[in-house]
Design a protein around this ligand. Sequence first.
Ligand SMILES: Nc1nc2c(ncn2[C@@H]2O[C@H](COP(=O)(O)OP(=O)(O)OP(=O)(O)O)[C@@H](O)[C@H]2O)c(=O)[nH]1
Length: 299
Amino acid sequence: MSKKAKVLVVDDDPLNRLVLEKTLCEEHDVFLAKSAEEALAFVRTTQFDLILLDIVMPVMNGFELIVKLKENPITQAIPVIFISANQEHADESKGLELGAMDYITKPFSASIVRVRVRNQLLIKQKNDLLEMLASIDGLTEIPNRRYLDENLSREWRRSKRGGSVLSVLLMDIDYFKRYNDTYGHRAGDECLKKVAQSLLAQCKRGSDFIARYGGEEFAAILPDVSKEEAIAFANKLRSAVNKLNIEHKTSLNAQCITISIGVATMEDGRSTSEHSLLEEADLGLYEAKEAGRNRVVAH
Ligand SMILES: Nc1nc2c(ncn2[C@@H]2O[C@H](COP(=O)(O)OP(=O)(O)OP(=O)(O)O)[C@@H](O)[C@H]2O)c(=O)[nH]1
């Protein structure tokens, strides 16, 4: 059975909160906030699938709250439905212009609220699925370059802010053109899938992130991992690929598929940009290739 959606009801009127909870609690997990401030505290700790939002509330009203929600990358994708006693068209169009998905007027019919909430949750489910598909590489089924770029940008900003360490790896299969030429493009695809899955299997920490960077290149983002730890992890990845023992009889450095890895680490928030971190890892990768392949070079 699929898990219940989390719906946050934000309304200063206790009776409205109670009625909405009763209306929705059979189908969804319902959370109640009695003010916009309480809602903001809630969304910091819980990932909601939908917010039902009153407009007229003391201190911060519903319009002000939706602006804050849409400004924050963490909350901007949560669909909002206004539920308000304001029946003016101007309020409804303002609510929709500010990013709400729907506008329900009070007094409301419980069955209409239920259907409109269900509709928005279905749209969100489909959007989440599309977002996920757009982030996964079709061949290897691991995150793609787009997902990597987003994640690196986020982790780089986090490290810069907190002064924490961040390591990046760039990996490339050795003599892969020769592999394709020898065994065919289809076998090349199978090889890429096996390598990708073996790299992924080495990621034991939730924060480790592996992606297909493009072609026969892969990348890893390792938050809070020092240079020494990143080198050790890179060697673990290299050894995992060696152990796959995929025959490569035309390779010039081994009898089987191997990878070369470049490592770069940002310590004390010193790197100028996330791109410079990738460039340093790329330099390490280049040197690993030059030095004979099937090795790790840190920059
Ligand atoms: N089968 C297959 N091959 C790919 C894919 N993407 C890139 N390639 C191939 O990967 C090969 C990469 O070759 P090069 O960049 O010359 O490098 P290399 O042969 O691995 O040599 P070194 O990196 O110097 O060890 C090219 O022949 C690409 O066609 C893919 O999705 N599937």
